[in-house]
Design a protein around this ligand. Sequence first.
Ligand code: BGP
Length: 486
Amino acid sequence: MYSKNVPSSFPKNFLWGGATAANQVEGAWNIDGKGISTAEVVKRATSRKNFTFNEVTKKSLEEAIEDTSTITYPKRRGIDFYHHYEEDIRLFAEMGFKAYRLSIAWARIFPNGDENEPNEKGLVFYDHVFEVCKKYGIEPVVTISHYEMPLGLTLKSNGWETRETIDEFTKLTKVLFERYKGQVKYWLTFNEINAAVWGFSGTGALDEGLPVAQKMQLRYQALHHQFIASALAVLQCHEIDPEAKIGSMLARMQTYPKTPAPSDVRAAQLQDQLNLFFTDVQVRGEYPRYMNRYFHDNGIELEFVTGDEETLKQGKVDFLSFSYYMSTVTSDDEDITKVTGNFALGEANPYLESSEWGWQIDPIGLRITLNELWDRYQVPLFIVENGLGAIDELTADKKIHDDYRIDYLRKHIVEMKEAIKDGVELMGYTSWGPIDLISASTSEMSKRYGFIYVDQDDEGNGSLERIRKDSFYWFKEVIASNGEKL
Ligand code: BGP
């Protein structure tokens, strides 16, 4: 539609806020009836470049079940949000948050995954969290499964490898939609749905020792089960609470060709297709054709049952959310088994700087991505993760001067504004880890993203005191001015 009006900035009802995940903040891993989750058997990394994220084997799992250490398994302790949520949400409100993205610990609701009745104490915890959000006028944005599931389902059905897990998920989502109807307006089904093809943290399935082809066969089949579970959740959600909106969530990585050589450009195009495949299914409601060739070439044969195609068609999402941290460079066809952490780092881009963890910082890439996603799908977009993981220094007078974080966020917000002027429909922005939390890829505490510092080290020592960083005051101004004062 032609119009002379070019939007000048962020829409009035823009959802500014922050995002966390249950297994990275809650702690309280074994109280009030909660069962152990898959995230809680992932060991802490021994070095900064060592991503332990998907490194779970049959043997390490057995050890983890025996071991009650929260030092070896930091996601069991988080930052004790379970007992600090009132204080933490009050701090979010002080910054002016309009939205808070959080996730549900599935094992708090169904401790083993396969019970008939939910654990009431788990549901009550989220009742309280949503009540506090409401008190401050903060809209909860709830991820149903963020890199975890009850470990019981790994032991029983190898996580998402088996189709029965769809029923367990559907049981969970029904309980959630009915219980929180009217309180939660925005739902996301799976965090970074593409994590399924990266291994354990996405699938909850052990696949060590399998030849690559079989491993990928298992992961793509597990993903198919998640697609169906997600589509069924969309249908359920619309039926139970017609006011609610439910979206997909993708780890978006913009890929550039290493050179203008057409073969490199084609390699980058394939990478991009392999990244957008997930949202092609969830937004458009069917598998894209390019995947037929990819599956064929890689010896992958998916099992569909009658009705699956129809379910995908019916269960299209209302909006598309995504995380954006970096871009990548490629010169060759993607080998997805290369991914060890939560992202494939790709090749070095000489035009970009990197974080200490090697993530290449690319604000303009965010504008490119926003344009691409909008052009491709024409559904509202929501950036639900973005931020800089960095080592922060607490000064003697208890300050954190994190101008590097402000710089990162500012540059990304500037590009978001440009994309809005380009015509992109953007609903909101929840930056990752508004309060310091346990890293997903390495389980470190010292990789911090927050506006709020948490006094805890990698071994779990510290008072857990919450301290406002310089970025806290900066982000408060950003929200108060609706993105005008950067
Ligand atoms: C995403 C995850 C988050 C989060 C973030 C930062 O992949 O959805 O859970 O942690 O990345 O990653 P990390 O914690 O590894 O720095």
